[in-house]
Design a protein around this ligand. Structure first.
Ligand code: ADP
Length: 222
């Protein structure tokens, strides 16, 4: 599970992680056959819009039951559950900001006797906010430039900005991971400025936890 603030670089790191894991899985130089299948699941791969997280779009009395976000979570849960097994590694790129949700996914992996871990993307709030503001600016430009430009910006959902109050609210609602809890551990962290070497080191430790020496056989009753 990847987690972090909105526009903090989660998808960028998730793609790098996917590529690293793909190389490790396909590395058959020692004569072994690939042991795992790899999957990348995200809001984008499931066509879930940023607006599902927008509480301000809802009337006040329905805020506690944000149906669109719940539906989105059900879709993500279903997609993970369909493929997760002890032979399948799932990179779940998303906000994953609710600790109860991370707990649920952790239990799901335990149920199929496979480890789970968390990759937190550490990025200063100002920087992440700046990325969103830049995307908002581009979107406004595209809209001002006519319908075609607006449509093409909309097509690229991964570059779509969050509405400003949606962005602020998601940061406010973010439930920090706690490495002391079973469902948030092992916890790995990548910072915005981590270079290629540091990133690779982190991915290597992550590989060891899910597929290598450190892989724990998880029993459902543990
Ligand atoms: P998120 O998935 O959290 O919304 P993205 O991965 O889409 O964020 O990243 C937002 C923007 O920041 C992208 O334009 C991306 O190229 C850039 N970016 C992300 N991570 C880094 C990084 N570590 N260094 C430099 N630029 C980055």
């Amino acid at each position: 599970m990847v987690t972090g603030f909105p526009t903090s670089g989660k998808s960028t790191r998730a793609k790098q992680l996917y590529s690293y894991l793909d190389d490790r899985i396909k590395d058959t130089s020692n004569g072994a056959t690939p042991k795992y299948r790899l999957h990348l699941i995200s809001d984008q791969t499931l066509s879930i819009s940023r607006s599902v997280y927008d509480l301000s779009a809802l009337p006040a009395h329905t805020r506690s039951a944000n149906a669109s976000e719940k539906d989105a979570r059900a879709t993500i849960y279903g997609a993970v559950k369909r493929v997760l097994s002890d032979k399948d590694i799932v990179v779940l790129d998303g906000l994953n900001y609710i600790k109860g949700w991370r707990y649920q996914l952790h239990c799901e992996s335990k149920a199929v006797r496979t480890p789970s871990c968390l990759l937190q993307i550490g990025c200063p709030t100002d920087k992440a906010k700046g990325v969103n503001q830049e995307r908002l600016r581009k979107q406004q430009e595209a809209e001002a430039g006519g319908q075609d430009a607006a449509n093409s910006a909309q097509d690229n959902e991964s570059e779509a900005p969050y509405a400003p109050e949606n962005w602020d609210n998601l940061v406010f609602r973010y439930e920090e991971p706690n490495a002391m809890t079973r469902w948030d551990s092992p916890l790995f962290t990548l910072l915005w400025d981590d270079d290629e070497e540091q990133t690779k080191q982190t991915f290597k430790s992550l590989w060891d936890a899910v597929a290598g020496e450190g892989r724990k056989i998880v029993k459902p009753n543990q």
